[in-house]
Design a protein around this ligand. Structure first.
Ligand code: CUA
Length: 340
């Protein structure tokens, strides 16, 4: 009688477990898989989920069955018969979870090592989080003034592994693109890393997934995955925009700071105190233009006195301002060794 009940209970548990597992697998629970890592992470997710669903269903099924089958009949006020343990059962319910948990740990460890495997031809992107924005820096892509390309939107070529080096300027944030699965904290003072190889073209959300303050829910950016050619075009466009931004800013600075003393046709200034830059800088290279600004007495144009132009422009202008001004002057005077 007792053996038959145990077999019945087990059968009910297994049946319910199997039914629930089928439902769980049939519904598309997860976002698109858009990276090489997504498949690996999802395998771990599903293996663990299926184990959990089966275990839960067996336990819940057995409990429900026992509550129904062994309930006290009406009017029965007797105590249940005392039970003093069951060594066999205890060994089984210790061994099964121990084996399951160890297997999951080993499997997850292998999957993580696979996901973070970094091929030699990878790209590096530095991710900086702050309340409440993301900044992406491409150390291998140079823009105007020798600075690395920096954007607020993450743009990557498809099918190339990316090593993300992640940090924060303030509190803890977390970098996550759901379709890529890999998630990594951004912590001030240290650089965390993760490896992602996008495998699908398209636009995805970059999401902060660590509660970081009032703007946490709005701390989102965009990740765009382009073809290799599309990415090359994008890089070129960014470089062109950076150049133009530099020279537009440079023109404004020139008019403000230099125009009262210097004539420059492009800026429409007619100062006479210093040399006419259309002549003095004609065909000059970047080094000469820069020197003429920060160390004006190094070379003094014919017919002008040394010491007239202040020597502190190197301090007045910030680095990017100086870069922009030099860039603009090269452009306006046809220098720099090439047309732009
Ligand atoms: Cu940054 Cu949440």
């Amino acid at each position: 009688m007792r053996k038959r009940s145990i077999i019945q209970m087990t059968l009910v548990g297994v049946a319910v477990g199997a039914a629930l597992a089928v439902v769980a697998v049939a519904i598309p629970w997860l976002p698109d898989e858009a990276s090489k890592q997504a498949g690996i992470v999802d395998s771990v997710y599903w293996v663990v989920t299926i184990i959990c669903v089966v275990v839960f269903a067996v336990v819940a099924g057995v409990s429900a069955y026992a509550v129904y089958k062994f309930r006290a009949p009406p009017g029965d006020t007797d105590d249940g018969s005392p039970i003093h343990g069951h060594t066999g059962l205890e060994i089984v319910w210790t061994l099964i979870p121990a084996v399951l948990v160890t297997a999951i740990a080993v499997y997850s460890g292998v999957a993580l090592a696979q996901a973070e495997d970094l091929p030699a031809d990878h790209r590096v992107v530095e991710v900086t989080a702050e309340q409440f924005a993301w900044t992406f820096t491409y150390p291998d892509i140079e823009v105007e003034g020798g600075r690395p390309l920096t954007t607020g939107e993450l743009v990557l070529p498809v099918d190339q592994a990316v090593l993300f080096l992640i940090t924060s300027k303030d509190v803890i944030h977390s970098f996550w693109v759901p379709e890529w699965r890999m998630k990594q904290d951004a912590v001030k003072g240290i650089t965390t890393r993760t490896v992602i190889e996008p495998t699908k073209l398209g636009e995805f959300d970059v999401i902060c997934t660590e509660l970081c303050g009032l703007g946490h829910a709005l701390m989102r950016s965009q990740a765009r995955v382009l073809s290799e050619a599309g990415f090359a075009d994008w890089v070129e466009e960014q470089q062109r925009l950076a150049r133009e931004a530099g020279s537009i800013q440079g023109k404004g600075l020139f008019t403000q700071q230099c125009g009262s003393c210097h004539t420059l046709a492009d800026a429409g200034t007619q100062g006479q105190t210093g040399p006419d830059l259309d002549e003095a800088l004609e065909g000059a290279d970047e080094e000469f233009v820069r020197e003429s600004i920060v160390d004006p007495n190094a070379t003094v144009a014919e017919g002008f006195q040394p010491g007239v132009m202040p020597e502190n422009y190197g301090e007045i202008f910030t680095g990017p301002q100086l870069d922009g001004l030099v860039e603009y002057l090269l452009e306006a005077t046809g220098g720099g060794g090439g047309a732009r």
